[in-house]
Design a protein around this ligand. Structure first.
Ligand code: ATP
Length: 363
């Protein structure tokens, strides 16, 4: 990570009896795209608001750029926030909306303000839109106006509270890519609050997964996806299959396990996060780490056998729910549909190739 711009030191927040943040400690780097991801009510908005200065902390500290922010009001912090309902004034022009925060700045003359507005509009790809009426913009364009307005004073950190949730799926996908480009272009730290795991995976350099006012895991998207540190994190991010397992022996950095449906296998200790609160021993693996073998197809991986119980066709992909011999519940396997290869039918017996390296042991 680069030099931290935000340092959170054991941040606690109580609302009366309610303990909303339970000791948040994290460093967020300069120029990082960082996401706070978690289910509704886990405290991510509260944490964002304590960084912005809209909420005080009960104990602990928020440092921005090395300075303790205790007692520093929101308008004097080097941060700015973009909200879900991106309060655009429909009766003003785009330029008036973007320059709204400058209206009381007596140190800037009209021309200087126009330059700043022009730069901000260019930053978000809306140059030439300044004179348009704000009510005549699409949802995505309005969101860009809100971004331009937040960026015009060149904050060191931009805080984004579910900024894309009001957009339809197609527009959201497009804006995700635009936001990443924008962040790279302006080079400042973005902190995004989202409950959408796909959005967090697509956009972030690092993600903090939060449950019940705590950070459960903080890692880059790939580590989070491949090596979740608990069943709860694994379950929240993407689809994870779980099969009951037992540990047979451990020596050095190897663990021998027995998995219902997959049999005995050795894995590395790096595939077994620290034990705790996982509700019994199981292994987890992603749907794309298993491959159904077609007749005559061979593989150097381990082979299991099973029966296809459900088929869900997605065009480019098919999801198969396969009950492995010796397992009580089916596992989901995703297969890319290749031209000329038929989709398997329910009831087909299949051989399945799998790799022990893709397993994660939870205990
Ligand atoms: P969502 O995605 O639904 O916005 P969140 O993870 O952002 O959820 P927060 O808004 O941070 O969650 O809220 C965390 C908890 O703190 C919730 O249980 C909420 O009811 C509570 N809470 C938030 N603000 C206040 C407040 N001003 N007074 C009392 N309780 C609050």
């Amino acid at each position: 990570m680069t030099q931290p711009i935000i340092e959170l030191r054991d941040v606690q927040k109580h609302y009366g009896e309610y303990h909303a943040l339970r000791g948040i400690t994290a460093d967020i780097g300069q120029g990082e795209f960082f996401s706070l991801l978690g289910p509704s009510g886990c405290g991510k908005t509260t944490l964002l608001r304590t960084i912005a200065g809209f909420e005080g902390v009960t104990s602990g500290a928020v440092l921005i750029d090395g300075k303790d922010m205790a007692g520093v009001p929101a308008n004097l912090r080097p941060t700015n926030m973009v909200f879900q309902s991106y309060a655009i004034f429909p009766h003003l022009t785009v330029a008036e909306n973007v320059g709204y925060g400058l209206r009381r700045r007596t140190d800037l003359n009209r021309q200087a303000k126009e330059v700043l507005v022009g730069e901000a509009l260019e930053m978000v790809g809306l140059d030439g839109f300044g004179k348009r009426a704000a009510h005549a913009l699409s949802g995505g364009q309005r969101q860009r106006v809100a971004l331009a307005r937040a960026l015009i004073l060149k904050p060191k950190v931009l805080l984004l509270d579910e900024p894309l949730s009001a957009l339809d799926k197609k527009m959201r996908d497009q804006m995700q890519v635009e936001l990443i480009k924008l962040q790279r272009h302006v080079g400042i730290t973005f902190i995004l609050v989202t409950h959408d795991q796909e959005e967090a995976l697509v956009m972030s350099d690092r993600i903090a997964v939060m449950f019940d006012g705590e950070i459960a895991q903080m890692d880059d998207p790939e580590v989070l996806y491949r090596r979740p540190n608990s069943r709860r994190v694994a379950d929240f991010i993407g689809v994870m299959n779980f099969l009951p397992a037992s540990v047979l022996s451990e020596s050095g950095d190897r663990i021998e396990i027995e998995v219902n449906g997959l049999g005995r296998v050795e894995i590395g200790t790096d595939q077994a996060p620290l034990a705790g609160a996982n509700g019994g021993t199981s292994v987890g693996f992603r749907p794309e780490t298993l491959t159904i073998l077609y007749e005559g197809q061979t593989s150097n991986d381990h082979i299991a056998q099973g029966v296809v119980e459900e088929v869900v066709y997605y065009g480019d992909m098919t999801y198969y729910d396969v009950r492995l011999d010796g397992a009580e519940t089916p596992v989901r396997i995703s297969m890319r549909n290749l031209f000329g290869r038929p989709v398997l039918e329910i009831g087909t017996r299949a051989r399945i190739a799998w790799n022990p390296g893709a397993l994660v042991l939870f205990r």
